[in-house]
Design a binder for this molecule. Structure first.
Ligand SMILES: [Zn+2]
Length: 624
């Protein structure tokens, strides 16, 4: 830290503007590397005591960031001076990014105003961290008898800890939660598990959500915006609260009939099984009857697919396709550092030139002390130094796949395959970067583009030829029959309206929490929105306080998942012949993936498509 601090003091004295910007980027790069050295072990291996220690270190870094870096007025006024000088394209973009780090894009001229804003930002950051930690530390432990868990596969039950004759289910662990919601026959069991997950951090977080959204509003006002949403959206493809509101309303309207159609099919399935004439669908019924519908009506037993989806084979197929389509190849290599017993490491190379582009860790299976979520994280961004040397990007994908059993490889379900494709999309975004400034590299693109490369990769699972290649029985080596492939494609599309509806509700909630209108408490608001557009939530549940994306991660940006799938479809149709076409793939890689934050998303898309994209219109047309 001392080293970085002394660099900052020297930095202010750097006379040359270009050098100054380069140095700023280097300091942030150094800081990012320091953070990675703490965050990666914290997320993947640290014991609770070590986690607490790391948290203290991270807290110190955060304090440094606010106090010595973005809080450094001399540095800030120096930046403002640079803004008036002629700069190259990438330098201008870097400068904008720097201003967004400093959070003072607009008119902060008096020192009093400056320190007021500093204090608000600092308080906010601390509360946001608290919010996420409350979710992370919450455990939703429930005990059930074997009868109450009827319908769940034996394989699944075998993995659960037992208290006497009762099984322990943890609603905070995703694979346990998802399996119960999809397979448990007892509605009461599903209801208990869902309510438990949706109220994991309720006691501590319900009030925090409101405090955080009020503080964000105050900060946005102090910065000269009418709401936090306007502050966040400014440079994005939907640049204002109103525009986003309009987008979401139009989509809600358009999706209404599709959502209803699926709902009718699911209710009918429920009525049939309960031998009643009609049946009202509850929130905790959706996943279960979705699975039942696919099994009984589409005729696809998803349980039987596992044997055809061994992880090593699936990964190879996706890597091969990436090589053919994007001209980059993942090759197994010895890892620069190592942790966990199943850790994998790959180097990414450009196929044509053989040039090394970066490195990728994959940490595939759950482990004690490992975060139970699925994510991609950039350990190091690409960065070009003044002396001509480069730092190559390094990325890690953390997964919690079904672990291998005795004499059996890890056998996946389609959801897991989809997740691998999704996370690899993020990794490719980080690793194929050609931008020289670390602050503009990889997924330091426009925030609205972040979920597009990942969602685009998911679309491969809707292609018959690709699904056929994915299947290889771990014993017989047989692939899926053509009939099975067709059923898989059909099953992929079933439930799309529900998925979109859920994303729309979350996006709307996220927007209203950060909008300019006065709202009731977040809990109440969520209750209203879910009753109106989706399914009523259970008494005592508060999803918003137990879901870190809305308040922690993507404050007023949750909609980028919807954007990701709209743009994903646009890219898909821009490919010539097939979504795997190599020439189109290379163009996509060069003009989108590798560009990082060199352009704002609207401009980036215009360069690629040759015209401005009306995202509202495109989204509606795709739904029709
Ligand atoms: Zn993602």
């Amino acid at each position: 830290m001392a080293l970085i601090s002394s660099r900052v003091s020297q930095l202010v004295q750097t006379k040359d503007d270009h050098l100054f910007l380069q140095e700023m980027d280097e300091v942030i790069n150094q800081l990012d590397l320091t953070i990675s050295r703490l965050v990666v072990p914290r997320l993947l291996v640290a014991e609770p005591e070590l986690k607490a220690f790391i948290d203290q270190e991270l807290f110190r870094l955060e304090y440094w960031w606010f106090d010595r870096f973005v809080g450094n007025q001399t540095l800030y006024f120096r930046l403002k001076k640079v803004r008036r000088r002629p700069l190259q394209h990438d330098e201008k973009r870097l400068l904008n990014k720097l201003f967004s780090c400093f959070d003072f894009v607009h008119d902060v001229d008096s020192p009093e105003e400056f320190s007021q804003i500093m204090n608000l930002s600092r308080t906010l950051e601390a509360l946001e961290n608290q919010f996420e930690r409350n979710i992370e530390e919450a455990e939703g432990s429930l005990n059930f008898s074997a009868d109450e868990l009827d319908g769940l596969p034996q394989e699944f039950l075998k993995k659960l800890p037992k208290n006497g004759k009762r099984y322990e289910i943890r609603s905070d662990i995703w694979w346990q939660y998802a399996t119960v919601m999809r397979r448990a026959r007892s509605a009461r069991t599903r209801k208990l598990v869902e309510t438990s997950r949706q109220s994991l951090a309720q006691t501590s977080n319900s009030i925090l959500v409101d405090t955080i959204s009020q503080l964000r509003f105050r900060l946005a006002k102090a910065l000269g915006y009418s709401s936090w949403a306007d502050h966040q959206l400014g440079t994005l493809i939907l640049p204002t609260e109103n525009k986003l509101q309009q987008f979401l309303s139009l989509l809600l309207q358009e999706n209404k009939s599709h959502f209803k159609k699926e709902k009718v099919l699911l209710s009918a399935e429920k009525a049939r099984q309960n031998k009643t004439k009609t049946a009202a669908l509850k929130s905790y019924d959706v996943s279960y009857y979705m699975d039942q519908y696919i099994r009984n009506e589409i005729g696809l037993d998803q349980e039987r697919l596992h044997a055809y989806l061994p992880y090593p084979h699936v990964l190879r197929v996706i890597f091969d396709q990436i090589k053919t389509t994007f001209g980059v190849e993942f090759k197994k290599a010895s890892p620069p550092i190592s942790w966990g017993s199943h850790l994998q490491f790959f180097e990414l190379r450009d196929v044509k030139s053989g040039k090394k582009l970066g490195g990728l860790f994959i940490d595939p299976y759950p482990r004690r002390n490992k975060d139970s979520w699925f994510f991609s994280y950039t350990i190091a961004n690409r960065k070009d130094y003044l002396d001509g040397s480069s730092q190559l990007p390094l990325n890690v994908i953390a997964l919690n796949l079904t672990p291998p059993g005795p004499g059996k490889p890890s056998l996946l379900d389609l959801e897991e395959v989809r997740t691998i494709a999704h996370e690899l999309g993020h990794s490719l975004h980080a690793l194929t970067s050609t931008v020289g400034f670390s602050l503009l590299a990889g997924y330091n693109s426009g925030e609205d583009l972040v979920e597009t490369p990942s969602t685009f990769m998911e679309s491969w699972l809707n292609e018959a030829s690709f699904v056929k290649k994915l299947g290889k029985h771990y014993k017989t080596g047989n692939s899926f029959s053509d009939r099975t492939v067709q059923k898989i494609l059909q099953a992929n599309h079933f439930g799309e309206a529900h998925q979109l509806q859920d994303r729309l509700i979350n996006s709307l909630l996220d927007l209203k929490l950060h909008g300019s209108e006065v709202i009731p408490s977040a809990d109440q608001l969520e209750r209203q929105l879910r009753s109106k557009y989706g399914y009523k939530i259970q008494l005592g549940a508060s999803p918003v306080s137990s879901f870190s994306y809305l308040v922690g991660g993507y404050s007023s940006l949750y909609w980028i998942y919807i954007l990701g799938s709209v743009l994903g479809n646009e890219f898909q149709s821009s490919f010539e012949g097939s979504v795997f076409d190599a020439r189109s793939g290379l163009r996509y890689r060069n003009q989108i993936l590798s560009q990082g934050g060199r352009f704002q998303t609207p401009e980036l898309l215009k360069n690629y498509f040759g015209q401005r994209i009306d995202i509202c219109k495109r989204a509606l047309e795709q739904l029709r």
